[in-house]
Design a binder for this molecule. Structure first.
Ligand code: ASP
Length: 439
């Protein structure tokens, strides 16, 4: 059995956190490949090393003195090294980094040093081999992740190594320079390594005991989700629930490897298993609730719209022409409504309206702003009667006016539109009916 273990920034923020991580890794022989993030925040007022590196490189780019800023970063690492009593010096590494910053080798190189240096410390601490991600993770000429080349090189390299540390977040661009994934990208590295070594599970260690049924800032003591499918997680992440980088799902999903989200500060907790498919009955009819505020509904009415071939395509062209992405599109016989992000739409609303007028000449165009969308997600909905009924009666009891309903034919989720001001109450009402009363 082979496990790949990825540790997030808060799990590696200090020597004390490193010690917890060491214990977790040593307690299970199969935890053979380790993917560390850069040191994160030690407390809410602290700064992540990645952010310190971005700020430091910015100074270098502006030809200002960056030495003091780089020294503070070095101190963060030295406090970990000293706290763990390691016989390791990063002086040579910092000398190279300072030279490269002065030569302005690139912002991605700068940001990647957070993981690179933490990887060196981790490898020394565990007695594992250090494998630089730049040697085994590749991007193509267009800057996209090159899965085939990476897979082949990494599988070859790691099959010869019993235990290794591969730093997260970066790889090599086509020109050989260092390139990072987007923020939070160490999750993707963990997934890539898991696929390459054919891991039986990808353990993603963070500071919460897995995904919760609802946002804990809205629902007190929200219940954890024990098992969730990749598709359910996609729906919830898209709607704002964040435990894992969105793109981290793809490599392991291709290889059928489950992800286990675990808590470094409570390693005994089961956490959440993310799987392709399961016949395990979920604790509740719904798996999770997530949502976002800040949408505008653009309603387009025209008599006999229904019989006008190409009406929808032309109406949507108005949004495309103005570079606006569309979120949802419920429709009636003589009306269609398009949900868009308020922030994106506000500056362009008059252009969009005139494009709609020109393209489809409707009777009425009506705008309603300050709307929120809530996704109620659950594989169990397909086989349960009355899920929608329960959602809407819970919302009616809570005096919430539902402005839009959208259920995909996959029956994996129901999307509900409400006013921004009703958002939190609506989530609490839905949570209560399914989780508290277990209906
Ligand atoms: N250190 C990087 C960030 O802060 C990547 C990661 O932690 O996954 O975004």
């Amino acid at each position: 059995m082979v496990k790949v273990v990825k540790f997030g920034g808060s799990s590696l923020a200090s020597a004390a956190q490193f010690a917890k991580v060491g214990e977790i890794i040593r307690s299970d022989e199969s935890r053979r490949y380790v993917v560390p993030s850069a040191p994160g925040k030690r407390n809410s007022k602290d700064t992540k090393v990645t952010d310190m590196l971005y700020a430091c490189y910015e100074l270098a780019e502006q030809e200002e003195d960056f030495k003091g800023s780089l020294k503070k970063i070095k101190e963060r690492y030295n406090s970990i090294i000293n706290g763990l009593n390691l016989n390791l010096s990063l002086d040579g590494e910092f000398k190279t980094i300072a030279e490269n910053f002065a030569n302005k080798v690139g912002v991605d190189y700068a940001a990647s040093r957070g993981e690179y240096l933490n990887g060196i410390i981790m490898a020394n601490y565990l007695g594992y081999e250090f494998v630089d991600a730049a040697e085994v993770i590749f991007f193509d000429e267009n800057g996209n992740f090159d899965s085939d080349r990476t897979d082949k090189t990494m599988t070859d390299r790691l099959s010869a190594v019993e235990r290794a540390v591969v730093p997260g977040f970066y790889g090599s661009a086509a020109d050989g320079s260092v390139k990072t994934f987007s923020r939070g990208g160490s999750d993707i590295t963990g997934s890539i390594v898991s696929k390459a070594v054919h891991a039986s599970v990808y353990e993603n260690w963070t500071d919460v005991s897995g995904c919760l049924v609802a946002d804990p800032r809205i629902v007190d003591n929200a219940q954890p989700i024990k098992v969730i499918t990749y598709r359910e997680l996609r729906e919830l992440s898209y709607m704002g629930a964040s435990v894992l980088h969105e793109d981290a799902i793809f490599p392991v999903r291709k290889a059928g490897i489950p992800i286990n989200i675990k808590n470094t500060n409570a390693p005994g907790d089961e956490g959440t298993m993310i799987v392709e498919s399961t016949c395990q009955k979920a604790d509740f009819t719904i798996t999770g609730i997530a949502g976002k505020k800040g949408f505008v509904a653009v309603s387009i009415d025209k008599d006999m719209m229904n019989s006008e071939v190409g009406f929808c395509r032309k109406a949507l062209q108005a949004f495309e022409e103005n570079g606006i992405s569309i979120e949802h599109m419920p429709s009636g016989i003589d009306t269609m409504t398009v949900f868009v992000h308020q922030e994106e739409f506000e500056g362009k609303e008059q252009q969009v309206i005139s494009s709609i007028r020109r393209l489809v000449n409707p009777d009425i165009i009506d705008l309603e702003a300050d709307l929120a969308l809530i996704a109620v997600v659950g594989r169990g909905m397909k086989s349960t009667r009355g899920t929608a009924g329960r959602i809407f009666s819970a919302l009616a009891h809570a005096n919430i006016n539902v402005k839009m309903i959208d259920q995909g034919s996959s029956e994996l989720n129901i999307i509900i539109g409400v006013s921004n001001s009703d958002f939190e109450n609506a989530i609490r009402a839905i949570y209560d009916i399914f989780v508290e009363t277990r209906l």
